[in-house]
Ligand binder design. Structure first.
Ligand SMILES: *Cc1c(COP(=O)(O)O)cnc(C)c1O
Length: 316
């Protein structure tokens, strides 16, 4: 945490008004704003903000290779590969799941960024593979730095503490910022910077204990955490699985503001905001910010994209 971050993207990203989406959700036109962290380097997303700090730490330790892990469509893995490339490092991505070249998404970009991809079958021990990979790299004279799933360490979460400071300047009257929760570092940084009462997290089912993760990380950043606002009603059948509410939220955001969300994170986060307006926990007449955390390549790697394309061609 004490090592300085490296520069990987330009901050702050824009805060755009979303009046048509606001009205569609039942808010006043001036109530809803979108923080565009989908408009960052490396094809967009929140992980680059954590990587500025994580790569700073790895560089200080003399790392020559970044090693990380995630699912086959991990946005964090894609951005780690890109961060390694621009820092003159190499990268190894240990990815779990059934990969399919017909669902390119992040995998295609990882090839472009020059990463080495190591596939681990579901049920196989990813941690053991990471240990084997790092041992092999050390034998070859490399200095590997292992970055955790989603980049969610206190160091990574510092990126979103910095974002919280920017949001407080962009929107001093901010009542609630809504954010998808995966490994928890993004919400934790925002909670540490803005206070738990101003952050609404929407769980995506990536980890079994999101509240504990967020609390631990925010505490490590020096915050006293009480009363986390965390919705767990949008997970559906589990991490990565499309939900009806998520699909509706994706369509609504696209058809009102031209805003592209995806099924795994931001679609569920927008569905969570929709539910929060419906049950009164987010109210009209106050400033709500939706933090768009990126993930467009993940959409192109998701089976739902194939379904959408088929629907577009239906009757063509
Ligand atoms: C990883 C990710 C998130 C969740 O961020 P965490 O810090 O892991 O909770 C949200 N949106 C997108 C697009 C992501 O890739």
């Amino acid at each position: 945490m004490s090592t300085p971050p490296v520069h990987l993207s330009t901050w702050p990203t824009p805060l755009d008004p979303a009046p048509r989406l606001a009205v569609a959700l039942g808010l006043e036109p001036g109530d809803l704003w979108v923080r565009r962290d989908d408009l960052t380097s490396f094809a967009g997303g929140n992980k680059v903000r954590k990587l500025e700090h994580l790569v700073g730490e790895a560089a200080a330790a003399g790392a020559t290779v970044l090693v990380t892990t995630g699912g086959v469509q991990s946005n964090h893995a894609r951005m780690t590969a890109a961060a390694a490339a621009v820092r003159g490092l190499s990268s190894v991505l240990v990815l779990t799941g059934a990969a399919d070249p017909a669902r390119p998404g992040n995998l295609a970009l990882e090839e472009l960024f020059g990463a080495r991809v190591v596939l681990v079958l579901p049920g196989e021990d990813a941690q053991a593979r990471i240990s084997a990979v790092t041992a092999e790299l050390r034998d070859a004279g490399e200095v590997p730095a292992v970055l955790p799933l989603g980049g969610s360490t206190p160091t990574g979460a510092c990126g979103y503490l910095a974002c919280a400071g920017e949001l407080a300047e962009q929107a001093p009257d901010l009542d609630t910022v809504v954010v998808a929760v995966g490994s928890g570092g993004t919400m934790a940084g925002l909670v540490a910077g803005l206070g738990a009462e101003r952050v609404l997290g929407v769980d995506t089912g990536a980890v079994p204990d999101p509240a504990e993760r967020v609390t631990e990380l925010a505490t490590a950043l020096g915050a006293t955490v009480g009363g986390l606002r965390l919705r767990r009603d949008q997970v559906g059948e589990g991490y990565g699985a499309l939900t009806e509410a998520g699909a509706t939220a994706m369509r609504t955001a696209a058809r009102t503001e031209g805003l592209v969300l995806e099924p795994v994170y931001t679609g569920k986060a927008m569905a969570g905001l929709t539910a929060a307006v419906a049950d009164g926990s987010v109210r009209p007449g106050r400033r709500t910010v939706f933090l768009h955390s990126g993930g467009l390549p993940g959409l192109i790697g998701h089976p739902y994209a194939t379904e959408l394309a088929a629907r577009a061609l239906d009757g063509a």
